[in-house]
Design a protein around this ligand. Sequence first.
Ligand code: AGP
Length: 590
Amino acid sequence: MCGIVGYIGEGNAKEIVLRGLHRLEYRGYDSAGVGLYDGKYHVFKEKGRIDALEKTIALNKASLGIGHTRWATHGRVTKENAHPHASYDERFLVVHNGVIDNYKTLAERYLGGKARKSETDSEVFASLVASFAKDHPVDVAIREVLKLLEGSYAVLVVDKENPGTLYAAKHKSPLLIGKRNGGVVIGSDMMALVGAADNYLALEDETFVRITSDNFSLYDLEGDILPYRLQKIDIDAFESDKGEFPHYMLKEIHEQPAVLRRIITKYFDDSEVRIDQALLQKIKMCDRIHILAAGTSMHAGLVVKDMLETFALVPTEVHIASEFAHHPPLIAGNPFFILISQSGETADLRACLTDIKQEGHPSLTVTNVRTSTLAREADDYLEIHAGPEIAVASTKAYTAQIAVLTILAYALSEQSFDLKRELAEVAQAMEQFLDKQEKIRPLVKKYLTKPHAFYIGRGLDYAVCLEAALKLKEISYIHTEGFASGELKHGTIALIEENTPVIALISNAKTAAYTRSGINEVKSRGANTLVIACESFQEAEDAIVLDDVNPTFAPMLTVIPTQLIAYYAALERGNDIDKPRNLAKSVTVE
Ligand code: AGP
């Protein structure tokens, strides 16, 4: 997913824009660029990392700046395709996050044979503005072009004939704007604003902004002024830095006990759950819950299905968002939709939410970003309070999503037990294990010696195996399958050969013996088996033993060693742990 940052004011725009781009690195990108004004305009852009770009920037200060990290959609990964893009007459500079679906039609209709330097839709946008600005004031020209666009955009525009003003606009791609005395900063998410603004506003769709160094004005696309109210920024700069950890992923794995305790304080008043009664009533009126999510969040949904059916006694289905969006099942009766998304910007989910709302069904987003699109577009949202999750591989968001939805399931139930204590025990068990994390690295060296691996388990352990496999795949690049241990013998066991790594999860009395037999089946065919078991079910040769917790809540604990296994496997392989190849933190294209 691309990232954009802009600044205008008394501060150093070069420093603020580059820091903002670094803060957005976790979203994934393949090239970067900045446009800066220090009395003259300068454009610097490079393929690869921001560090490479910084080496080319031959100026120290600027009063106006725009920056961009590009995740290639239209056009190859080249320096020419990196942003900022200039209009054909060089008057305008543009950075753009999103996809303009009709850019070719617009180019043919309005730009004729004007030469283009890149293959991008963004450059066409810049030239359209230049073309319209021949006959209109700049504000009007930009708005008229925006009205022609089909698709998504978060865009910043610099007019070289007016260095005291920065223009912005937003539709479907996220954009937040922030203020601090003498300066205005704008970016794709809160992380770009932290440290440069005290208050912020998440822009709504089809909003146009005119920014000067000490203020900004919002308009709709007809040019009518829009009121707005700023909110205080409550993420301190430290939360978004690694601290003493070598990687964000390891920091975020270790944050999980604290996040779980924070969730307890946020969602409980003494023993009473603090969730809006109107929301609970809405869900109680449904006869089926549909969970929509992608990737790790979908895996959290598989665990939460169990909680909702066990506590709230509501039949619950979990859907892969990209499948549901274009191949939905029969939706009957009174459904309620829960969308789980750490970023709140996943395009697959946004596609689903559009349809859900058109059908008039109620929706709830569970997310880590309350300013996100999915939080704002669903009927309700619940925050997971995990703090900024920077590593592309999601860890603390997974356990936080499960915790918050466990609390929701409990709040919907007629049962009464000390959930606060149960969750606190899980946090304690997480901490106990994390204190012994150094034992994981030698196990990874010993067991993960092949280019493939299996996780096996049953019930909730199987649900965690799916997440464990994704984690190992996405940062170590070892091809891993999460498998129902009882299903192996129906074919896939043919893949087991000498020293095939098979990691088993055992956290439940009902299935422990069956998973043990699964372990023996693969061991007798040469597999190298590593067992992760809760204390009550441990056997002598088990490599990792975890404290006992209520088996219903065990997934928040058993996932921890699997996250560390993935981390150390990637470390052994010298991979880029926080920014794995081919991946973006938030996938904003379908
Ligand atoms: C998980 O480690 C991945 N980064 C990915 O599967 C992610 O969970 C998925 O893209 C969904 O993102 P979201 O939670 O922000 O919607």
